[in-house]
Design a protein around this ligand. Structure first.
Ligand SMILES: [Zn+2]
Length: 465
């Protein structure tokens, strides 16, 4: 049912923006000239008109047309995407020992001209699924399940226009009636994995870095707050105060007085913006802040923010609040955020290496980290973002290792896994630990993984890290 709302023309742009943010879609409107005119808007709930935002829950739907019977509608293709946090919680508990789970990461090009390429990439990605279905040593049910999964994945090509510039993470196992989808930022490597458990590392990698940031843009009379999450910038709130024009006068008593008054007004305004920011952080549970504005307004604003808020500022950028657009703010904020993330990665790697050198709570190298993971000792696992390592898993007790058909803990038969690092990541998350994927060149390259530990786990005799 469309909802009809009346609003004052002067208020219309703001209201329209708020309506768009709330996920409503304006389908009509009329404005008469003149200040006091009334705008009539018909507003219908239609979340999926827009592209789904990365990391958030969304329902994506497209209508299909049968080329031979264009008048006869086909059932629409629907995909229900889960929020990133919920998906990780769901997936880490899922295991299917009989029919493999298909884990797909499909990056859909942002460029309209390359969308066809996106569809043919999807076709390439399902090849290994069909090949496995045709291979020896699978039960009839497992084969049927894989073929059904391949068909389901193939129909996702219809969603290309909605997923433009996004990576779709998709997990399914038809035999278990299991399907989970997450919309991620674009540009992640395409990949398909078949295993007893979902392949979660790219998902976890995005999640590690998916801090929510408050972005504030200030000048002497404006202050605008944004919520920045996974590259999507959402306007939140605006503070507007009066400033005195031309505050920079030459010397002279009267002018000094005016100048002083202007300074006081600006200070008062910056404090109001800081208060609004503090409230925003508290209400939305946001830990980190990026500050933008004119060259002179950024330090002037930072001068008045309380100490504990100052601690949360991870970087600043220069922008002209009068000419900025959401896209330009998003770009510069992203650069500040990327810088911060890389600094964090470096800090964790050096800490792990220092701890190991000092014989403290650290572990280095895959064997040592597997031992620590098996003992649930890992507080933070640091993983080179670009490597995988095959290994063995015991499904009965959860033991992880590099070799051995038999579990050293309980003697059960083990299974191979294409990436034991992925299993470690899942195990660490299950034991309330953290995982950090390291993208930059650090000494971790030589060791693949490192860990900060909760209690000491000695390295095995004769092992090398
Ligand atoms: Zn075992």
């Amino acid at each position: 049912m469309p909802l009809i709302t009346r609003l004052d023309a002067r208020d219309a742009p703001r209201r329209l923006r708020l309506i768009a943010i709330a996920g409503y879609y304006a389908v009509g409107g009329r404005a008469d000239p003149g200040q006091r005119a009334t705008v009539v808007l018909m507003v219908a709930k239609k979340v999926d008109r827009d592209q789904p935002a990365p990391g958030r829950a969304a329902v994506v739907e497209v209508d299909r047309v049968d080329a031979e019977h264009p008048k006869r509608p086909l059932p629409p293709i629907e995909l229900s995407a889960t929020s990133l946090g919920d998906a990780i919680r769901e997936l880490k508990g899922f295991e299917s020992p009989d029919a493999p789970v298909v884990s797909l990461y499909w990056s859909v090009p942002a460029d309209l001209g390359q969308l066809k390429g996106g569809v043919s990439k999807l076709k390439d990605l399902i090849k290994p699924v069909r090949e496995r279905a045709a291979s020896e040593g699978l039960s009839h049910e497992a084969r049927e399940s894989l073929l059904a999964d391949a068909d389901r994945i193939l129909e996702l090509d219809q969603l290309v226009p909605k997923l433009q510039g996004r990576t779709l993470a998709f997990f399914c196992c038809n035999e278990r009636g299991f399907e989970e989808a997450v919309v991620l930022p674009g540009g992640l490597p395409d990949r398909v994995e078949l295993d007893a458990t979902p392949f979660m590392r790219p998902l976890v990698m995005v999640h590690d870095e998916a801090h929510r940031y408050a972005v504030v843009v200030v000048d002497r009379e404006q202050g605008e707050l944004f919520d920045f999450y996974l590259g999507v910038l959402e306007a939140k709130e605006r503070e507007h105060d009066k400033a005195l024009r031309n505050p920079n006068f030459a010397a002279g008593d009267r002018e000094y007085g005016v100048h002083h008054k202007a300074q006081e007004l600006a200070k008062h305004h910056y404090r109001k913006v800081a208060d609004a920011l503090v409230q925003f952080l508290q209400e939305d549970g946001i830990e980190l802040v990026v500050v933008g504005g004119h060259e002179e307004s950024v330090p002037a604003f930072l001068d008045v923010v309380p100490h504990d808020l100052h601690q949360k500022v991870i970087g600043t950028f220069i922008v002209d609040p009068h000419t900025m657009t959401p896209a330009s703010v998003s770009d510069v904020a992203q650069r500040v955020v990327d810088d911060y993330e890389r600094r964090e990665e470096e800090k964790f790697v050096s800490e792990a290496i220092e701890r190991v050198a000092a014989g403290g709570l650290g572990a280095l190298g895959i064997e040592w980290c597997l031992l620590a993971t098996d003992e649930l000792a890992v507080d933070r696992l640091l993983v080179d973002a670009y490597v995988t390592e095959p290994g063995r898993v015991c499904d009965s007790c959860g033991w992880l290792g590099l070799t051995g058909d038999e579990c050293p803990v309980d003697g059960s038969p083990t299974r191979t896994t294409p990436d034991v690092i992925d299993e470690m990541v899942t195990r660490v998350l299950e034991s309330s630990g953290h995982v950090e994927h390291v993208h930059i060149e650090t000494p971790l390259r030589d060791h693949l993984v490192a860990a900060l530990l909760r209690f000491p786990v000695p390295q095995q005799e004769g092992a090398t890290s």
